[in-house]
Design a protein around this ligand. Sequence first.
Ligand code: ADP
Ligand code: ADP
Ligand code: ZN
Ligand code: ZN
Length: 880
Amino acid sequence: MQQQTESSTDIQPDVRVRGAREHNLKDVDLTVPRDAMVVFTGVSGSGKSSLAFGTLYAESQRRYLESVAPYARRLIDQAGVPDVDSITGMPPAVALQQQRGGRSARSSVGSITTLSSLVRMLYSRAGDYPDGQPMLYAEDFSANTVQGACPECHGIGRVYEVTEQQMVPDPSLTIRERAIASWPTAWHGQQLRDTLVSLGYDVDVPWRDLSRQDRDWILYTEETPMVPVYSGLTLREARAAIQKKMEPSYNGTFVGARHYIFDTFANTKSASMKRRVAQFLTAGLCPVCHGKRLKPEALTVSFEGLDIAEFSALPLRELASLLERVITELDSETSATSGSALDENTRQEAVEQRAAADGAAHSAAPDVRRTPNRSAEKRAAAGRLGAELLGRLRPIIDLGLGYLSLSRTTPTLSGGELQRLRLATQLTSELFGVVYVLDEPSAGLHPHDIDALLGILDGLKRRGNSLFVVEHSVDVMRHADWLVDIGPGAGERGGRVIYSGPTDGLAEVEDSVTRGYIFGGSGLAPHIPRTPKGWLRLEHVNRNNLRDVTVTLPTGALTAVTGVSGSGKSSLVSQVLPALVGEKLGRPPLTEVEVPETEDLLLTDESDELDGSVAGDLAGIRRVVSIDQKPIGRTPRSNVATYTGLFDHVRKRFSETPEARARGYKPGRFSFNVNGGRCPTCEGEGSVMVELLFLPSVYTVCPDCHGTRYQSSTLEITWRGRNIAEILAMSVEEAHVFFAGEYDVMRSLTALVDVGLGYLRLGQPATELSGGEAQRVKLASELQRAQRGDTLYVLDEPTSGLHCADADRLVTHLQTLVDAGNTVVMVELDMRVIAAADHVIDLGPGAGDNGGSVVASGTPAEVAASTDSASARYLSVALE
Ligand code: ADP
Ligand code: ADP
Ligand code: ZN
Ligand code: ZN
């Protein structure tokens, strides 16, 4: 290990870590300065997060919890104390990690920044009310409260509907011929049919020949009559049977087709049933609130002529200029009239705001609401709340997010955008003396935007805070006061501090993989752009901020689409391209099929107009595979081994051992997702939840299986000397050695290693994976299939979260896909990677409404020579 530069201890007290052994850390000792920007680097899996988050942040958190709730100590200890001898000098820590796992569509830019509560206050206190309408409380303006939500759609803004055309796609069929396609298949469908017969309907005439009234009743009735049923008879036969008082086969209940769909969708436990009925549902705007999600009274209140939904839909940049204008006007109006009455109101406002934050707004009786529209009191409230809003908007806009609106829902934000929003929110919290622990804050940022980010981080530092940043961006590394390089490799081959000191000193450290990227010498070999097989053209594309964009893309080549954050890259590449090409090929793009929660499906507006067309040479493309950063599963039951399918092969191996055969254990015995071999206490989760009074619940290791997820009898079976739980605890790399010679298992493992995921544990729950890791797991699953050379691969920032060395390996892999005849189109921000593409499209020039156009396109060298492109300057450096 390189010398620890301890001299700076004279300037600031240091944070000292002794004997850190969390995960792969090898008894690490480390001293870093406080009140500085410390950047942790190293290849993926080297142990950066284990040190920064798993040790430093976790310890700070533990001490905090202990101080607030001494009685919880035992439980917290169980839940995870970092494995470290001592940490001294650590200030209280605030962690900003990239979001893992699913996000609620109920949360939005406004709610995570808490700006929405200010806006609701503004409408409650300072809005213009129609004559005679009583004034409303702040919560009356929230779609997430019972008193504010639109009564029709319960605050979702959209409602599901079913149409006759969907339920009955072919009206020339009879009901017996399954005219009602949405009915259940098999016996239940027959039962509904026979029940209809008993109710007197003819099921042997074409659907279109039934009367309107009959058709409507069959499809839409909410009645559920129970009648005697004669299986399989026609209407006439059934009538005869009833007349003869024959014994019915059974009593059957009829449910209308619509009722059946809604009921199944809401209540079924079966994912496949849910998926089946979901195809008959269409989501439409709520007829009452027209998608605004609020009750009618709330929408009648306006501010500057906008209702609160319109106000919240404005880009933050425009919102800021509107507020500036209002404040300027108010200032000039009130400069003459300011007095003590206003001060009193102002104080009251502050008290109330605090009360509202505590969820107790009703207790305060605000005078301001009893005054008429635009009273002096109301104008004062508008001024104060507006100024507060404006102050909080500024850092968000400075971080390059002025194109977002308060109402944008979090599932439509990238991990980077979300993290920067949180960062901007922190900036206005005015904390000092804390350490911010950040996970790749540069993710999703164009080099042009990184300068702004660094400015913000410097601001936090100036205010007396420390920054611990896990980063892959060379620009951020160069900006650091202190660099901690972990490695040299991943997993077992990492976990050591290779260097700790001022950035320049790393130049001397030969073991460091990072060194060559900061100081030159490492990287991809210069790339000579390929000659494309052909060109396809996206024409007249409209989507989000893309307005009538026409763009050409080479086939049989690697294309990188770049541009500043918010310029429209994802809109073009992830949303439009796969959909248009898929439509043209007559089959939808392959993405993971997941059954969303009812509400999520309604709230996410993905079925939007697909406006544009595709032309040109599609001859070499037979399928489209879109590999995005969405989580690979929402439960800890999905993991790398199950997702790639390799676990099926592993379980089979176990079931084929002599001992398993003697005991009659089938492959299912080795699953933790079904009853049988798993631990019954935790149902195969390995952990159980413990509720703590006044604190977030914590998960602790299952007392019965000790986290192995299995019953001891299952664990008695071994294959090559390891039991099934030990297999799940292996990293991909260890498994790659262990399963040597087992072709079907190795195929998946090799693909995972190739995309730089060798450090993941096989049993690592999907919910713990970052968006980038999830994307690479999907890529690996795709790579393990036989390559046919006729696929269009669409990727969104595949290198985010990757060390330069890992990114290089991934790019090399994408190049082999292209060499095999495939087409790859990816959103990319790392200019080193873009320099290795065959074709570059630069979108911009700015973000949101200032973007959405093609600024430059061509080979990397051509784009680097462009005078308009924000990327040109950075790209030409990378091409040198
Ligand atoms: P980095 O942040 O440098 O990418 P990590 O600190 O995430 O690396 O991982 C370092 C090593 O620790 C890897 O081998 C990884 O598989 C392992 N690891 C990470 N999280 C866990 C965990 N929760 N349990 C066990 N091992 C883990
Ligand atoms: P980039 O990928 O270049 O960062 P995006 O394509 O994500 O940019 O966004 C381009 C513009 O479209 C931005 O103004 C963004 O706010 C808007 N936008 C993106 N996705 C959505 C969405 N699902 N709903 C509404 N607006 C969106
Ligand atoms: Zn509604
Ligand atoms: Zn258990």
